[in-house]
Design a protein around this ligand. Structure first.
Ligand code: IFM
Length: 457
């Protein structure tokens, strides 16, 4: 696909109503894993299993946000963003996954929401960011069809309590990662490597999304309901027919398995035989629901080649030597963002799109006072925001952009070594120190014009 260039060389500009935000997730920042009646989640179990997470790291303490949320909200306010996307920990809300609400846990989110509103920051609430209650995993988790109702009841409970102050709600964050990494590759919780579990979980994640969307919509018409997918363009290395087939398969597994059911009420053709085993009459209609907004998370692109020796006939290809990569090994490919936005518009039609995550991990080297001159992250963000501008200029209705992440945090199976924050966290003392990228973003949000990363110290 050709590179998209803005129509002229004027500085990119964003209108005042454009939503600037930062994103986090409960298990990655809250800590307080056993405080105030929180029940265990699959990530507690997984991270406490030796060998699962780098360095033996767990989310037990993380950024201790559960106790330091006031300071963290002050950092958000000083950043100047209009919105903060956070997730609710299902097992903090419902320790057993269903039934009894944990009042102390629920009141944490109550105070958080009030604290945001007092600071003029709009809460964007994500109902599920990967931390399924362990009690529900013990009954089959996402591979068990009952999870659709468990999730719907939990969603209704959270929104029943917070929905008088929270309008923007996302159902799930990145169900493709939950399915692929959690149930097929086993590198995320619950650590399964089971094709049947993957197929069932994939379908139940979609069904839970659609069912909760329609349930919440029937309860209140002024909630702005959406969901969040991680989509990445797939690039075939090689031009053989088998490379094209490999690319189609990866595109279906990574992107299509969740986007196509949502917008078109069907699975990608190459996936139908596998996932169809979990589908019952009427399911696809339940999944295909109108959205008030669609959340796109994008970090990079995927390169793939045919590989007859692999079980599934493909292998991921490393970026070329000359390509710039982040500490995750992900290729820096800003143009993937405008391409993906344009592609998403083609599939979603008029649904407004919000970039709900974009950011980069680097090996930040703090100075003597822990200050971090993260020019590479700042440059990464600058280049990606320019692609958002390019996509808008090309007619895509992008309404907002959220940086991942406010704080350095627990990066799942990579532990704490991978830092994505605009704010450096010294885990020994829990001291927070804004990085150069924080100041750069502060200026962008203030002016609505993309500053050059070189101009912000
Ligand atoms: O940290 C994660 C986040 O939880 C989901 N999206 C990708 C981020 C970086 O890996």
């Amino acid at each position: 696909m050709p590179r998209i260039v803005p129509p002229d060389d004027r500085p990119p500009e964003f209108p005042p109503e454009f939503v600037w935000g930062v994103s986090t997730a409960a298990y990655q920042i809250e800590g307080a894993a056993t405080s105030d009646g929180r029940g265990p989640s699959i990530w507690d179990t997984f991270s406490h299993t030796p060998g699962r997470v780098a360095n033996g790291d767990t989310g037990d303490v993380a950024c201790d946000h559960y106790h330091r949320w006031v300071d963290d909200l002050d950092l958000i306010q000083a950043l100047g963003v209009g919105a903060y996307r956070f997730s609710v920990s299902w097992s903090r809300w419902l320790p057993d996954g269903r039934g009894r609400v944990n009042r102390a846990g629920a009141s944490f989110y109550d105070r958080l929401v009030d604290g945001l509103l007092e600071r003029g920051v709009e809460p964007w609430l994500c109902l599920y960011h990967w931390d399924l209650p362990q009690a529900l995993q013990d009954e089959g988790g996402w591979a068990e069809r009952d999870v659709v109702d468990w999730f719907g009841d939990y969603a209704a409970s959270v929104m029943g309590a917070l929905g008088d102050r929270v309008a923007h709600v996302a159902m799930l964050n990145e169900p493709n990662v939950v399915g692929l990494m959690g149930h097929l590759l086993g590198i995320h919780a619950p650590g399964q490597t089971d094709l049947a579990a993957y197929a069932a979980a994939t379908h139940h994640l979609n069904l839970a999304t659609g069912s909760a969307l329609s349930r919440l919509r029937s309860e209140r018409s002024d909630w702005r309901l959406g969901t969040i997918l991680n989509l990445q363009p797939v690039v075939a290395e090689g031009d053989g027919e088998d490379d094209a087939a490999a690319s189609d398969l990866l595109d279906a597994a990574w992107n299509g398995n969740h986007l196509e059911p949502l917008v078109a009420g069907r699975y990608p053709a190459v996936m139908e035989a596998l996932i169809g085993t979990a589908v019952r009459d009427g399911d696809m209609e339940r999944i295909r629901q109108p959205l008030d907004w669609f959340g796109l998370n994008l970090y990079s692109q995927l390169r793939v080649a045919a590989d007859p020796a692999s079980l599934i006939g493909l292998r991921l290809v490393d970026p070329p030597d000359e390509a710039e990569t982040t500490a995750m090994g992900w290729e820096v490919a800003p143009e993937a963002l405008s391409r993906q936005l344009i592609d998403a518009k083609a599939r979603l039609g008029d649904v407004p799109i919000v970039v709900t995550e974009n950011g980069a991990a680097y090996r930040d080297r703090p100075g003597p006072d822990l200050e971090v001159d993260d020019l590479r992250r700042t440059r990464y963000l600058e280049r990606h925001v320019r692609e958002v501008e390019a996509a808008r200029a090309a007619g895509v209705d992008v309404r907002g952009y959220f940086v991942w992440s406010l704080l350095d945090n627990f990066e799942w199976h990579e532990g704490y070594a991978k830092r994505f924050g605009l704010v450096f966290v010294d885990y020994a003392t829990q001291r927070r120190v804004p990085k150069r990228s924080y100041r750069w973003y502060q200026r962008l949000v203030r002016d609505g014009v993309v500053p050059s990363s070189a101009d912000v110290a």
